[in-house]
Write a protein that binds this ligand. Structure first.
Ligand SMILES: Nc1ncnc2c1ncn2[C@@H]1O[C@H](COP(=O)(O)OP(=O)(O)OP(=O)(O)O)[C@@H](O)[C@H]1O
Ligand SMILES: [Mg+2]
Length: 276
């Protein structure tokens, strides 16, 4: 059992304590007539640690792309009442919606600190950011502590372990003041210990934010999700607690029907049976 200090994420988020954070309605994304997302509705509250699962090609990454302005979509995505659809990528980022990609996107030659500096200081000059600085802003110090990279702040990001690179990316979202974090397979390729540490990191940051984790690792999901949304064929198939989703026959069917999804899906079905 992992002890969580402060505002740990809870099922349904801090409903009632804050206004809705991200509301997706009727979101549809078409690529030359092929619908990668169809009429997706999703409500995410502050304090929710939502896992977004589904077979390969289900439309998980596309959904994140649409929310963050990378692909055109129809429908509506509002953050605390502000419409995001139609805005540019940088405007959406500035409104506090941050995301990571399936492949890490840090500057390998620059130090951990410089990476955070660049993420934090969109307005500052490169030369100022790259100069060795004696003082580090409080927000960057805090992010370094949160992501556990304070000791390696002056190391080039390229030499970090795989897990640490992902944590740096999360840190970069934190210093950008993102309060909606959309993380695309953040623990892919990580060791067991790195996964545990990442889960704890997500809990630490999740209490005051809205965190969506796209993931194929069902053990990881079971350990850390406060709620789960299942996408299949671009549509929402199921939503609820881990137990509810695992017990949902529709979820079992879609997973068992997908050879590529393999073990993870069998696992879901087995869990569902034992929970039923
Ligand atoms: N730019 C694009 N043009 C055409 N089709 C696309 C494009 N991007 C994604 N697709 C298609 O949309 C569907 C959903 O893809 P998406 O990447 O969102 O799936 P995913 O759920 O993230 O899968 P994975 O678990 O493999 O990452 C797939 O059929 C994919 O081939
Ligand atoms: Mg994907």
């Amino acid at each position: 059992m992992i002890h969580v200090e402060g505002n740990a994420p809870t099922f349904g988020g801090n409903a009632g304590m804050s206004s809705q954070y991200l509301e997706v309605r009727g979101l549809t994304v078409s690529f030359d007539g092929f619908k990668a997302n169809t009429d997706v509705d999703l409500t995410l509250m502050q304090g929710d640690l939502r896992f977004l699962i589904g077979p390969n090609g289900a439309g998980k990454t596309t959904l994140i792309d649409a929310i963050t302005g990378l692909v055109p979509a129809t429908g509506s995505v509002t953050k605390s009442g502000v419409e995001l659809l139609g805005k540019k990528v940088h405007q959406i980022a500035r409104l506090g919606v941050g995301r990571t990609f399936q492949t890490a996107s840090i500057f390998e030659q620059l130090t951990v600190l410089q990476n955070l500096d660049i993420a934090a200081g969109s307005g500052r000059k490169w030369t100022t950011m790259l100069a060795k600085r004696k003082s580090v802003s409080a927000e960057i110090e805090e992010a370094l502590d949160t992501i556990g990279l304070a000791d390696v702040r002056d190391k080039p990001a390229g030499i970090l372990a795989h897990g640490q690179k992902q944590w740096l990316e999360i840190g970069m979202l934190l210093v950008q003041n993102a309060d909606v974090l959309l993380l695309d397979e953040p623990v892919a390729g990580m060791s067991h210990d790195e996964r545990e540490q990442t889960g704890e990191l997500l809990r630490r940051i999740g209490g005051e934010r809205t965190v969506v984790v796209v993931e194929h690792d069902m053990d990881f999901m079971r350990a850390f999700a406060t709620s789960v949304t299942v996408l299949a064929g671009g549509k929402i198939l199921s939503e609820g607690t881990v137990a509810e989703v695992q017990a949902d026959p529709k979820v079992q069917e879609v997973y068992l029907g997908t050879a590529a999804a393999g073990e993870e899906l069998e696992q879901i079905a087995e869990e569902g049976e034992s929970n039923a």
